[in-house]
Design a protein around this ligand. Structure first.
Ligand SMILES: Cc1ncc(COP(=O)(O)O)c(C=O)c1O
Length: 400
């Protein structure tokens, strides 16, 4: 079967797919490391990584081997059976979280599903009230959407599962006022990725822990975008560049970078929260399947073996310092390889993505005025330097 669409692929896309994303600008055909190629043979350095997903870049040999070996051995069994990679991965995640051996994992297939499981888990406290943050993003299924404040995403689908209130991200006083003895959980992202990498004060997560503990509410961290080494530590809430002190959450959700591009979600609960979901409460056919969990184990192995946490810290610092040398970069937030740039009004950010393509870079503008950089953790120094050398020209082309 010929899988190459004709040059008029965008018409075929429009004719075949529901119009949920608009028609993409590029059709990508292959990738290697932090590079991708389009159908016309143009090469790009990928500074987006499938939206913080391709931790090991594209076609990483260890990931390819893990997935193909597993698929050739045992590809799917359902959760009526256990499989080795699933059991090993759960243990690895519990160890990396370091919140005690009584922590437990539920596997699913995406970020929104990881949050659905966590949302259901919070209902098992007997309370229904949830406090979330303005500008947060937790996914598109009805439960995850109920936690997301963005009116444009929510309104067409109301009524949503309810009893959710929102407070400004990073505002300890507002949170203290919103949480009471009827609050089931507070859900926050350590960095708000979809909002363009919003960063709270370093003492914020410790305050969230203190306030939730005081009221017997669960502290739920959505690390779907920030987790698995993205900020230079396994979890962003463990990152001393972002968070003061040690914080132990009750629930952590993961997805995106965990399996390097294979679909996976993980809901990790610690302490008493790990016992809240009981047989019959939740389930999934594909979640925790052998192929995705084998992929995740390969991702964790390579991050460890190749020192990619330290690499993310070093490249993040290099990018931050280099970018700030251009006066049009007003601020850089985030840590490791999750950076949000605020650009001066002289830059029309609606033109940055296409200017990036013309210069051979995949870039992302999650909101006006902001550029988000979440490249593969295997981005090379050479590519980072090339990006720094080229970015001013991209901004010139996107001049307002
Ligand atoms: C913090 C956060 N939570 C949840 C999600 C939803 O994940 P998914 O798109 O895999 O459903 C995202 C996706 O961008 C996210 O960034």
């Amino acid at each position: 079967m010929n899988q190459t669409p004709p040059t008029g692929w965008s018409e075929d896309y429009r004719a075949g797919l529901m119009n949920t994303y608009g028609v993409p600008k590029l059709l990508l055909t292959r990738g290697r490391g932090a590079h991708v190629w389009d159908v016309e043979g143009n090469e790009y350095v990928d500074m987006l990584a499938g939206i913080a997903v391709n931790s090991l870049g594209h076609a990483h040999p260890a990931l390819v081997a893990a997935v193909t070996d597993q698929l050739a051995t045992l590809g799917h069994v359902s959760n009526l059976f256990a499989s080795q990679p699933q059991v090993v991965l759960a243990q690895r995640l519990v160890d990396l979280l370091g919140a005690g051996p009584q922590s437990r994992v539920f596997f699913s297939n995406s970020g929104t599903e990881a949050n659905e499981a966590a949302f259901k888990l919070t209902r098992r406290t007997g309370r229904t009230k949830i406090v979330a943050c303005l500008e947060g993003f937790h996914g598109r299924t009805m439960g995850a959407l109920a936690l997301t404040a963005n009116e444009a995403y929510r309104t067409p689908f109301e009524p949503l599962p309810g009893d959710v209130t929102w407070v400004p991200f990073g505002d300890v006083e507002a949170l203290a006022d919103a949480v009471d003895d009827e609050t089931a959980a507070v859900v926050v992202e350590p960095l708000q990725g979809e909002a363009g990498v919003n960063q709270p004060p370093a003492r914020y997560l410790a305050a969230v822990r203190e306030i939730t503990s005081r009221h017997g509410a669960l502290m739920w961290l959505d690390e779907i975008q920030t987790g698995v080494g993205r900020t230079g530590t396994w979890f962003a809430h463990q990152n001393p560049r972002l968070v003061d002190g040690t914080v132990v959450p009750d629930v952590v959700t993961l997805a995106k970078g965990l399996a390097g591009g294979l679909p996976i979600g993980a809901t990790i609960a610690t302490g008493a929260a790990a016992e809240l979901l009981v047989p019959g409460n939740h389930g999934t056919t594909f979640g925790g399947n052998p192929v995705s969990t084998a992929a995740a184990l390969a991702v964790l192995d390579v991050i460890e073996r190749d020192g990619l946490l330290a690499h993310a810290v070093a490249l993040g610092a290099l990018l931050r310092d280099g970018l700030l040398a251009d006066p049009r970069v007003v601020e850089v937030r985030g840590a490791g390889l999750m950076l949000g740039l605020s650009l001066a009004d002289s830059v029309d950010t609606s033109r940055v993505v296409e200017a990036g393509h013309r210069h051979g870079f995949i870039l992302n503008v999650p909101r006006p005025g902001r550029v988000r950089l979440v490249p593969p953790l295997v981005l090379t120094h050479e590519d980072a330097e090339k990006f720094l050398a080229t970015f001013p020209a991209i901004l010139d082309e996107a001049g307002a």
